[in-house]
Design a protein around this ligand. Sequence first.
Ligand SMILES: Nc1ncnc2c1ncn2[C@@H]1O[C@H](COP(=O)(O)OP(=O)(O)OP(=O)(O)O)[C@@H](O)[C@H]1O
Ligand SMILES: [Mg+2]
Length: 247
Amino acid sequence: MSDASVWPVFEDEETEPRPTGPVIQLRGARKTYKSGSIEFEALRGIDLSIADGEYVAVVGPSGSGKSTIMNVLGCLDTLTSGEYLLAGENVEELDEIELAAVRGRRIGFVFQQFHLLPSLSAWRNVELPLVYAGVHRDERRERAVEALTKVGLGDRIDNRPGELSGGQQQRVAVARALVGEPTMILADEPTGNLDSRSTEDVLALFDELHEAGRTIVLITHEHDVAARSRRIVQVRDGLIQSEEVLA
Ligand SMILES: Nc1ncnc2c1ncn2[C@@H]1O[C@H](COP(=O)(O)OP(=O)(O)OP(=O)(O)O)[C@@H](O)[C@H]1O
Ligand SMILES: [Mg+2]
């Protein structure tokens, strides 16, 4: 599973022009949540640039705004003020349909709670992004099986999530994130529910993705996990407190 040559799916990168500037650019990003008359400022002015192909970890205490950042970066939520440029495109100007298209084309998500559909087999879960992308049935199955093989689950394609361990379920989720060949992987506590062995499996997959040129933003509580990235961004109380570039 650690041989980078087992990722042929990443070879045809040039389907759209590569961005020349940073792939992610947040400028003065603010996010205020409102529930009733109560307002909470979860992001209080974040500036963050991430270049194409970078592997960045976002760390910080519970409630510091990490998932809020991830939701904004993943076009799942929008800013209250400030700017988010994704591959040079101002996301704040896009409507829901355009946002969904950007998500589908560019972003693969991995969450702490794998978010697999329990009634579907592993390969059916993995093919879902391709269903939404309008890919033909036969090709969908082929690519889903290929992605599952790459995460070491080629022999589990017909198993449902309930028949797989937590680590295996997260690898299915990684396969699902990859199958659409996104330029960017956003992972929010992807190892939060995993034992150390499965954590290592998932981090090894991320290493390979990074080597294959994918941009990875990894949110984590755990310093050991963050240390696998190349840059650590420390968030506290909705602000970037410090950044550290790793060797
Ligand atoms: N939909 C919401 N409505 C109101 N407040 C929210 C909402 N979502 C998040 N918040 C608040 O915004 C702050 C940041 O939340 P966020 O989920 O980004 O934190 P986090 O750093 O991901 O925390 P954790 O490590 O616990 O996952 C928290 O104080 C949280 O209570
Ligand atoms: Mg969170």
